[in-house]
Design a protein around this ligand. Structure first.
Ligand code: ADP
Length: 662
């Protein structure tokens, strides 16, 4: 076994790998970019090496720097985690050349499986069922003719693709040419390779994948399957193991196909063979990922195996357990908590985490975040994985809901409530789930944030009233001075004041009467006598008439995040002395939503645009966003061209002048 390994990754997966290494007595070396100086993975490793600036090409993808760091620290092996260099055959080869073990399959295996075309060709030859389609090299016109032959709908895929990038669904021949161009452009920019392939689009598939392992002694085993059908933008959001509602025949067919796929390539290390399963129960290979997957914990939960430990064992020449020793029990679910706004087309959200509570004592939570750290635009938007396991699926769903309800993140927008709505959906409960689940149920899932209950508003008001009289917030040092009191004291009158709170963009004026030991609050619909039992940081315990509540209130500028009863409410505090309101900054649709890179500009200065016309395409956090005209008008200025970096959120991208009403 190794004495020391370097982890060429960041965030939760770096920490995950450190955990297994520590248990095996292996020392660890972390690497980090400028943006990650204070990240938990840096402190948790035995050593940490700074490898460059925040953009990944200058740090986590700069493989010379990473190999040099391994050599310098005497690390014998490099674990690439997932993403970044994990499926980079050149990196695996460079490690080998430098005499450092790459914890993963050999470079030639990564290269073959990294090309969806080569992988499909090999699978077809080996008798693994593949999705009907076309994998040859042809001109754009030739490809269009092939698409006709396959029959629409057709899926265009980047051969080098991953993470759903370079993928386009084409419903009819009319859209083929444009979709092909845009798929090629995205593939070129994301992978430096614009080769594409065509596949018949399977209408309502489930995404089922099988965890496999191979060792250097020729053994190959599987660790059962996972269902990762709940996806947005072709990216997984909720994963479970085992896949429910498979017949024994389907299960055996998928496991056999996965083992055949791994044997065909002489697989070594951890890998995942991905399939789509159509409504008839036919299964088709789509690709093999030659690395540890984000969703590997669900397999760990049902098998009791430590997949990272197995990787380390194989990489150091060890032997796999026998297939007959791998058993599965229970049902595990993983939900990906992401910094993204589901209601705004899943746009990533960046910012500083101002409050964080995760149910780490009760559940497995894999994450690499902390209060005060930034979710930066440089890396992907997943901030934590919540993983639960129970005796059956229904119980696992309940625990996943509990785990999410106990997760509180403020300072950035997360998909927490969206995930909760998926888990609570009746069709999720009955496992009627395919890859279109989110699209199909968007009316139920993409709903506006909940209207705050009176108790949430009361929590915010009590927090404001009480926190201002806490030490550090008082304005007089003389305890008996009326100036020391923050209770709206007025000579010969009841102590009354008003607090202005923005609720759903409407300002509510709440009348406050200070009582001897509490407050009488008059809200829009109701009045209540309220008492604060304790205020400790963000944690407030209060009584509202006869009911007792415990809430967390996080005030950042004018924004107040209230966590109460498993829900998160965003309220605004309006200080009558200051005009700033919650959403002032968000107005003006032509400001950059976040830092990133301009991929393409679609329009020219002087054009008259109608509202919704695409102006430019920008990329941030591995996701593309189209900036569109917010109103009808004349385009006066475009501030960036393709290839330019947008260095900060809020920078103007273009200037428009509204069309005068005639
Ligand atoms: P990537 O490597 O970019 O993740 P995949 O080939 O793994 O791309 O596909 C991603 C997702 O797209 C799959 O999980 C599945 O939901 C969907 N998908 C892929 N191929 C097909 C297909 N032929 N028909 C329908 N859906 C597909």
């Amino acid at each position: 076994m190794f004495n020391k390994i370097l982890i060429a990754n960041r965030g939760e997966i770096a920490l995950r790998i450190i955990r297994s290494a520590e248990q095996l007595g292996i020392r660890t070396v972390a690497v980090f970019s400028d943006a990650d100086k204070f990240s938990p993975h840096v402190v948790s490793a035995d050593e940490a090496i700074h490898i460059g600036a925040s953009p990944a090409p200058q740090s986590y993808l700069a493989f010379d720097k990473i190999i040099a760091a391994a050599k310098r620290t005497g690390a014998e092996a490099i674990h690439p985690g997932y993403g970044f260099l994990s499926e980079n055959a050149d990196f695996a080869a460079a490690c080998e050349q430098a005499g450092v073990c790459f914890i993963g399959p050999p470079a030639n295996v990564i290269r073959t499986m990294g090309s969806k075309r080569d992988a499909k060709a090999l699978m077809a030859k080996s008798g693994v069922p593949i999705v009907p389609g076309f994998i040859g090299d042809l001109s754009n016109e030739g490809l269009e003719a092939e698409a006709e032959k396959i029959g629409y709908p057709v899926l265009i895929k980047a051969s080098a693709g991953g993470g759903g990038r370079g993928m386009r669904l084409v419903q009819s021949g009319n859209n083929f040419a444009a979709a092909l161009l845009s798929a090629r452009r995205e593939a070129k920019s994301a992978f430096g390779d614009d080769s594409i392939l065509l596949e018949k689009y399977i209408e309502s598939p489930r995404h089922i994948e099988v965890q496999v392992f191979g060792d250097t002694h020729g053994n190959i085993i599987h660790l059962f399957e996972r269902d990762c059908s709940v996806q947005r933008r072709y990216q997984k959001l909720i994963e479970e193991a085992p896949a429910s509602q498979l017949t024994t025949a389907e299960q055996e067919q998928i496991q056999r196909a996965a083992l055949t796929a791994a044997e065909a390539i002489g697989y070594v290390g951890a890998g995942t063979v991905e399939f789509v399963l159509d409504e008839r129960g036919d299964v088709y290979f789509i690709e093999m990922n030659t690395r540890l997957q984000v969703e590997h914990p669900v397999t760990e939960m049902i098998t009791g195996q430590d997949l990272v430990a197995l990787q380390l064992r194989i990489a150091s020449g060890g032997t796999l357990p026998d297939q007959s020793d791998i058993c599965a029990a229970g049902h595990a679910i993983e939900v990906r908590l992401c910094a993204e706004d589901s209601a705004r087309d899943f746009a990533p959200s960046i910012g500083t985490i101002s409050h964080l509570t995760l149910p780490e004592r009760r559940y497995r939570v894999d994450h690499g975040i902390a209060v005060g750290l930034d979710v930066s635009p440089y890396y992907d938007s997943m901030i934590a994985k919540l993983i639960v396991c129970a005796e059956d699926r229904a119980a696992a769903i309940k625990h996943a809901i509990r785990a999410l309800e106990q997760s509180e993140v403020a300072g950035i927008t997360t998909n927490r409530d969206f995930l909760l709505r998926i888990l609570a959906h009746p069709n999720f409960a009955t496992a009627r789930v395919d890859t279109h689940f989110i699209d199909r149920h968007q009316c139920d899932l993409l709903v506006a944030p909940p209207h705050p209950d009176a108790s949430a508003i009361v929590a915010a008001v009590l927090f404001l009233l009480t926190s201002r009289s806490q030490p550090g917030n008082v304005i007089s040092s003389e305890p008996n001075s009326p100036w020391h009191r923050r209770d709206a004291f007025r000579m010969n009158l009841p102590n009354n004041e008003q607090v202005h709170i923005n609720v759903d963009d409407v300002t509510q004026v709440i009348a406050v009467e200070h009582l001897e030991d509490g407050f009488l609050l008059k809200l829009a619909q109701t009045s209540a006598s309220c008492f604060v039992d304790s205020l400790n940081g963000a944690e407030i315990i209060f009584r509202m008439d006869a009911e007792r509540f415990s809430a967390r209130v996080v005030a950042t500028g004018a924004r107040m995040d209230v966590f109460l009863g498993g829900r998160q409410y965003v309220l605004g505090y309006q200080d009558p002395l200051y005009a700033e309101t919650l959403d002032d900054a968000a107005a003006g649709g032509l400001a950059a939503p976040m830092p990133g890179v301009v991929l393409e500009v679609f329009v020219e200065v002087g054009q008259v645009l109608t509202a919704g016309t695409p102006i430019m395409l920008i990329e941030a956090m591995k996701i593309e966003h189209t900036i569109t005209a917010p109103f009808d008008g004349l385009l006066n200025e475009i501030c960036f061209k393709a290839g330019d970096q947008i260095t900060a959120e809020g920078i103007p991208l273009a200037v428009m002048e509204p069309t005068a009403l005639s």
